[in-house]
Each structure stands twice: as C-alpha cells, then as structure tokens.
Write a protein that binds this ligand. Structure first.
Ligand code: SF4
Ligand code: SF4
Length: 81
C-alpha cells in the first residue's frame, strides 16, 4: 500500500459531461458515473501525474495536486531519469 496525499480537485458545477477526462486517463483513476454523467476520481493513489485530465478539460474542472513528498511520485520520476 502506497502512502500518498495526492489530491485531484474536481468542480462538478462546471462539468458538462463530455467524458474527455475519462478517456484521457490511461490508468484506473478516473471512472465514469453513468447516472450523474460525470467523472469519479476513484483511485487517486494510482495517479501517474501526466496532467492529461487537467489539460484536456476545457471547462477547467480538474486540478491535479501531486504530493511531491510521496514515494509514488518519486517512483514515477525515477522511471524517466
Ligand atoms: S473533461 Fe471536464 S467537462 Fe468533460 S467530463 Fe471531464 S471534467 Fe467534465
Ligand atoms: S493526471 Fe493522468 S493519471 Fe492522473 S488522473 Fe489525470 S489523466 Fe489520470
């Protein structure tokens, strides 16, 4: 179990249900709520911090806030060093 304080802030009021963030996420962090027609940020500890979801949302609903002290983030950077 990876200890993380990563956060993803989602503004549901601005969301138009376009599903782009859901399609952009290549891991299992973003799921889709069929009833609400909105993303659900389910497994934030698995986030790879690619910022795709934040970048692709043209309504500005998503803010990815990595925990720069966490073991998981260091693992991600190690992979590209
Ligand atoms: S990309 Fe933005 S507007 Fe579209 S579903 Fe995701 S959060 Fe909502
Ligand atoms: S930053 Fe990347 S990995 Fe993390 S939730 Fe967004 S799209 Fe998924």
């Amino acid at each position: 179990m990876i200890d993380t304080k990563h956060r993803i802030i989602f503004d549901a009021e601005k969301c138009v249900g376009c599903k782009l963030c859901y399609k952009a996420c290549f891991v299992d962090v973003i799921r889709w709520d069929e009833e609400k027609k909105q993303p659900v940020f389910k497994y934030v500890e698995d986030c790879e911090h690619c910022f795709w979801c934040e970048a692709i949302c043209n309504k500005g609903c998503i803010q990815v806030l990595p925990d720069y002290e966490s073991e998981k983030l260091l693992q991600t950077f190690d992979r590209y060093l």
